[in-house]
Write a new protein. Structure first.
Length: 213
């Protein structure tokens, strides 16, 4: 039998924000979200129009954006590890960095279109390494992203990409506004078997034929 204990975590949490000026890409992503419409029928944590979570694998504009997100995830990972002196040895170890930081990929990506008053119920993206949200032209008075365990709401702006730990609970609270609140969101996963990593014995890697022996 497994014993589970819930213990309050007093560690600091990292929330990274960065502004991006990618207007042509923003327009293409919004047009695609409008074109696809609601594909999830309000069955996810996002109680608003939401696409499937495979956008980066299906459409070139989101594939292009996934590269931006992946580079940002690497930047955030380096900055977070640099914040503690004892963790600097990780960054200075080429094998560790190539295995756990440089291999981060955007595993899933979806788009959402919130109308006034619509919400996202509290949830996290565990077991993902990072969760992220990007905002395109949010209306005045549109809600930010709220972290209930921190009792903190991050205000949002056009072109803002937010990155935070995948196990950090977050939500969107109901608020009245005019227009639509467009969001592109997803998760970052660590994939240690990406080709190009040096020092991993071939027998320890994934099967070449994709079959489990």
């Amino acid at each position: 039998m497994i014993e589970m204990k819930k213990i309050e975590d007093t560690r600091e949490q990292y929330i990274f924000t960065k502004m991006f000026d990618i207007e042509a890409l923003n327009t293409r992503m919004v047009n695609r979200i409008d074109e696809l419409g609601d594909q999830m029928n309000y069955t996810t944590n996002v109680r608003a129009y939401t696409t499937h979570s495979t956008l980066s694998f299906q459409y070139p504009e989101f594939s292009e954006f996934s590269k931006i997100v992946e580079e940002y995830a690497i930047e955030c990972s380096i900055q977070m590890n640099s914040d503690y002196e004892n963790h600097l040895t990780r960054l200075n170890h080429p094998f560790w960095k190539s295995l756990y930081i440089d291999t981060q990929v955007c595993g899933v990506m979806w788009g959402s279109k919130y109308a006034s008053g619509e919400v996202a119920i509290p949830h996290d993206h565990w077991p993902a390494t990072w969760a992220w949200v990007y905002y395109i032209d949010p209306p005045e008075n549109a809600p930010g992203i709220y972290f209930p365990t921190l009792d903190y709401e991050q205000e949002i702006e056009h072109g803002m990409l937010i990155m935070f730990s995948g196990n950090l609970m977050h939500e969107v609270r109901s608020q009245e506004f005019d227009g639509y609140r467009y969001v592109v969101a997803g998760s970052i996963l660590t994939n240690p078997w990406i080709s190009g990593i040096q020092g991993i014995p071939p027998e320890d890697g994934p099967p070449k034929d994709g079959k489990v022996k």
